[in-house]
Design a protein around this ligand. Sequence first.
Ligand code: ADP
Ligand code: MG
Length: 300
Amino acid sequence: ATPTAVMVATGKGASLGVLIKGGTALQKAHKVKAVVFDKTGTLTVGKPVVVSTILFSGVTMKELCDMAIAIEANSEHPLAKAVAEHAKVQRKKHESLADHVEDVKDFEVHPGAGVGGKVGERIVLVGNKRLLQVHNVPINHEVEEYISGAEKLAQTCVLVAIDGKVAGAFAVTDPVKPEAGHVIRYLQSMGITSIMVTGDNWGTATAIGREVGINQVFAETDPIGKAGKIKEIQMKDLTVAMVGDSINDSPALVAADVGMAIGAGTNVAIEAADIVLIKSNLEDVVTAIDLSRKTMSKIR
Ligand code: ADP
Ligand code: MG
């Protein structure tokens, strides 16, 4: 495309809320044959809420909440906010009126799995089943049942382990964006395949995929795995776009031919992307590809 055509299209994009960071993305987007979507915060609203809580053994509800609040206060993950907010409300019902948050030592992020640290003398992990398994926390039948029940309802289970034992869990729901389904269908009508990659578990991911009409789902994928998926598709000679919102999508956003960040996402994702969807609306994935198709067809 001529510099003028790129400039015009970039301006047009900006006025539509599609921020294009350079000519290259604009000249590649028209060739896109596959769009890889992250789940949380991309296909879903990204404002998860806790819908149920369960206490296993060894601790009180207040203790479970204290530990979850302390650990999640250090995390920027959308699930962290949901859990902390809910735990604070729950804690108030169970004797404690204070808004107290305990100090955490040795806080650690386990990308795509959860977080952990020391609260006083206790070692606390907050995250998914994989996080606990990696740390040799046994998961008994009762816990397993609770997890699979939640996953069937497209909910994500946030497990809390204290000193090597599962203490309790929070089931979280994150509704899909209202436009997700029709965007996927529209892309299909344009000859473009949609794929999901997520760090979340297979059960929840498959349920969400079914809801939005994506049948190619890859779950329990860490940030490097997400980028690997992109490269795999590129090896089939397909031009790939990646749509993501968070730090764990950054390697994939960089690996993709066209990286698109959700405007409401984290700065790291926005910096890694070629295109920013300012309105955080998935319809703008189509807007961006359309703009490129029109720009490139004028040239040829
Ligand atoms: P996605 O790819 O869907 O955006 P992430 O890679 O961010 O998901 O996270 C994958 C999974 O790791 C989450 O579904 C959750 O089970 C777990 N997880 C990550 N961070 C946290 C946290 N701060 N608190 C609880 N669970 C977490
Ligand atoms: Mg996400």
